[in-house]
Design a protein around this ligand. Structure first.
Ligand code: GAP
Length: 483
């Protein structure tokens, strides 16, 4: 119970910091907000952009077997018939006749009653209807006539565009299987109970890969003596002989490695292998990568082995071949797929929770006081460096500080701040998660002798250690730390 309270308190502090410092706040707040929709403020927008850029770089620039795509949100509605979303992308829903609320039937025991927050919906006395299926896709109409035949859907995942465009991307990018298509973009789900801050939203962003591989028979044929493709060879082995299990494990490892590189170490994540009875009907295996948020250990990403389900469905519904001719294997086949699918907003929230720390730091009078510091990895920190003139009423200090700012800002996101005592300015940057602070003082101007002229104080956010660094060394040094 004590732990529940402290976790609730921690979450409240995080939500309040997000609002106060402009990471995340309610959409349409002046109209009372809209449930399940969130806006990212100046710091949040930078954080999200950095996450997406790191992911995109790791998938495209740093690999030679991936091609990017930026497809539309609204697509032909048959895409969603082929994928099974029109039929099966549903959650069970119950209505409460007493409070008029609508709830997920499978989450009644975890959902607080709107009339009496001490009870869950399962415990309260409200009269509930039988459960019925509710499709989570948002509907709209294409064109001016609001008729059945003009219905279209806002995509509930980015994945389907990569299947539908498989042949086109293959052709234009001149790749060979195994290769992947990756995409970042908005997805929409009319969640019955959006909750836990941004964790379950109605509008969110995904970063997805569809990685196309050879079916097992083709791998066996190429590998010759490899008896069972389920055996896990050394991950450094020849890729053309990897069966789906090896590719699946490879992608789980890749994703865990990437999370560690942006500040979620392996020990902060849980690798959950779905049990056979939990798997979607098309999945051969799914690994969920989970993070322990203050409200519980929950999914950040799913890495699913989807077989040829999606391409085969689109082939059937569109009448267009999704087959690939493999010159090496001299075989024609519909490729199988490994899908690492991550949510940008959940990851941003996990990184915010992981970064949030309270410790003590000296104030301007040298007394220790509580500080809140966001220990973001420099790679994803919204602002990389703050440039601070020691005093704002000394024009020569201000001029020099602006010169340093201009020098750095072509390399990274810089924030210039001259308002208030220096300790307070450091505190503001600690809360924003800025990893470095550069202070321009009288020594920089050469007033304490020529040896220190054109040097600045470089402060480390986490250790609060300060050192003198030459202005000319700042850009390469900071660039190396944020790369
Ligand atoms: N194409 C596969 C797919 O969409 P999913 O598990 O439904 O799989 C993938 O979604 C990821 O998208 C999740 O792991 C999560 O990070 C994110 N996601 C899904 N629904 C979300 C929601 N309502 N709010 C925020 N993120 C969500």
């Amino acid at each position: 119970m004590a732990e529940t309270n402290s976790n609730e308190l921690l979450m409240e502090k995080i939500v309040s910091l997000c609002k106060r410092r402009g990471f995340i706040f309610q959409s349409s707040e002046i109209y009372g907000g809209i449930n399940g929709f969130w806006d990212y403020g100046p710091l949040g927008a930078e954080l999200k952009r950095n996450i997406k850029e790191c992911w995109w770089r790791s998938m495209t620039q740093e690999r030679d077997d991936m091609a990017g795509l930026d497809a539309t949100i609204i697509m032909h509605p048959d895409i969603w018939r082929a994928s099974g979303h029109v039929e099966t992308f549903t959650d069970p829903l119950v209505d409460c006749k007493t409070c008029k609320g609508r709830f997920r039937a499978d989450q009644l025991a975890e959902t607080p009653c709107p009339k009496d927050s001490r009870k869950t919906v399962a415990e309260c006395d409200g009269e509930k209807t039988e459960a019925r299926r509710f499709n989570l896709m948002f509907k709209t109409f294409v064109g001016p006539v609001e008729s059945e035949e003009n219905v279209a859907y806002l995509r509930p995942e980015t994945a389907q565009a990569m299947f539908a465009q498989f042949k086109t991307v293959l052709e234009v990018s001149r790749r060979k299987v195994p290769f992947g298509i990756c995409q970042i973009g908005k997805a929409f789900r009319n969640e019955i109970n959006p909750r836990n801050f941004t964790f379950r939203s109605r509008e969110f962003e995904q970063m997805e890969v569809e990685f196309f591989i050879r079916p097992d028979e083709v791998v066996r044929q190429l590998a010759g003596s490899v008896a069972c493709v389920a055996d896990r060879p050394d991950l450094g082995g020849a890729r053309h002989t990897w069966g789906w299990e090896v590719w699946h494990k490879y992608w789980v490892e890749e994703r865990l490695r990437w999370y560690a590189a942006i500040g979620l170490p392996r020990e902060s994540l849980v690798e959950y292998w779905q049990k056979p009875e939990e798997l979607a009907h098309y999945a051969k295996a799914t690994v969920d990568i989970l993070y322990t948020f203050p409200f519980g250990t929950q999914e950040l990403e799913g890495v699913a082995a989807r077989g040829d389900f999606d391409l085969a469905q689109h082939q059937k519904f569109s009448g267009k071949s999704m087959e690939y001719f493999d010159d090496e294997a001299k075989a024609k086949y519909v490729p199988h797929v490994i899908e690492p699918s991550a949510g940008v907003d959940r990851l941003a929230l996990a990184l915010i929770c992981q970064a949030y720390t309270e410790d003590e730091a000296p104030n301007d009078k040298g007394q220790m006081e509580k500080r809140v510091v966001m220990r973001f990895h420099p790679r994803i920190a919204p602002i990389k460096v703050a440039v601070l003139p020691l005093l704002r009423n000394r024009p020569e200090l201000v001029a020099k500080a602006l010169e340093v700012r201009d020098l750095l800002r072509s390399h990274m996101a810089v924030f210039y701040d001259d308002a208030g005592a220096i300790g307070r300015r450091y505190r503001r940057q600690d809360e924003a998660g800025t990893p470095f602070g550069v202070t321009v003082d009288f020594e920089t101007l050469g007033e304490q002798g020529p040896a220190l002229k054109d040097t600045v104080t470089l402060r480390d956010r986490d250790t609060m250690h300060q050192e003198r660094v030459r202005i000319g060394e700042l850009a390469p040094r900071l660039a190396a730390a944020i790369r």
